[in-house]
Design a protein around this ligand. Sequence first.
Ligand code: UTP
Length: 304
Amino acid sequence: MSKKTNTEWKPIRKAVFPVAGLGTRFLPATKVMPKEMLPLVDRPLIQHAFEEAKAAGIEEFIFVTGRQKEMLEEHFDYQPELERTLEARGKYDMIERVRTSEIGESQLFLTRQARPLGLGHAIWCARKLVGDEPFAIMLPDDVILSEKPCLQQMIEQYNETGGNMVAVMDIPREDTPKYGILDVESDNGKMASIKGLVEKPQPEDAPSTLSIIGRYILQPEIFDHLSKFETGAGGEIQITDAMAKLIGSQPFNGLRYDGHRYDCGSRVGFIEANIAFSLQDPEIGHSVQDIIQKHAKEIQSKAA
Ligand code: UTP
């Protein structure tokens, strides 16, 4: 185990956003438009992830993009014509909204994954931009509704413990083939110390039902393992396999975050997220509640 003390672990300043996937589960919507641009209420998934990272103090945002993904970087540009038009119309509140999607000068960095060979490969593509420091990974598919942003919860914990950290949640055993699963050494109910990781195990082989969701804090040594290009589950280069190789040489913990995670990579999860987020919206929440109640009544009367 590493001899580093807590104060020797470097702070988390950078976050990697892998956005080069094909998004096949949303075809044909994602034939041209990136999955990460699908709107959750009034902002695209990628903006939810960006805002979470920004609120957690991230200073550099690294996008791993691919073909037909230009819209993602353009979304975060300053749009002077749009702002002038809104100003001329007196829509100052809209200008404020538009500005929530601007990434400051010299804070957005882009690299490309030529072929979608898996999440681990996408992260490896960001190695030069990350350099020799720990970093966060944000999967925009996973949107977390919480009082304190999930990444902030993780960074606060990381500042105490150092090492590597993944956000985790308890799942039903039949769902283990969909997730990276922890082999737990010890667990205090909030944090689990990890002694192994398995990507998408069958329920009978899963060492636990604690699964990784799309938020990670990793030390740069992960790139030594990713650069071996070893393929795992689904024939893809998996980040979980590379992480598993770090265990033993560095601390590795799973944090049960406070909040509710929505799987926006699936159609049902995406719809549920839209319902949950719109119910929280001060402008449209009440109308959405009325609509849901109306549909619930219709469903009940059909079933009767
Ligand atoms: P998914 O496993 O959800 O894959 O990727 P996908 O291609 O986006 O979607 P489906 O399964 O075909 O519907 C999780 C995250 O990892 C990124 C995706 O963009 C998404 O943010 N990713 C995945 C990459 O950047 N590159 C890859 O090779 C694979």
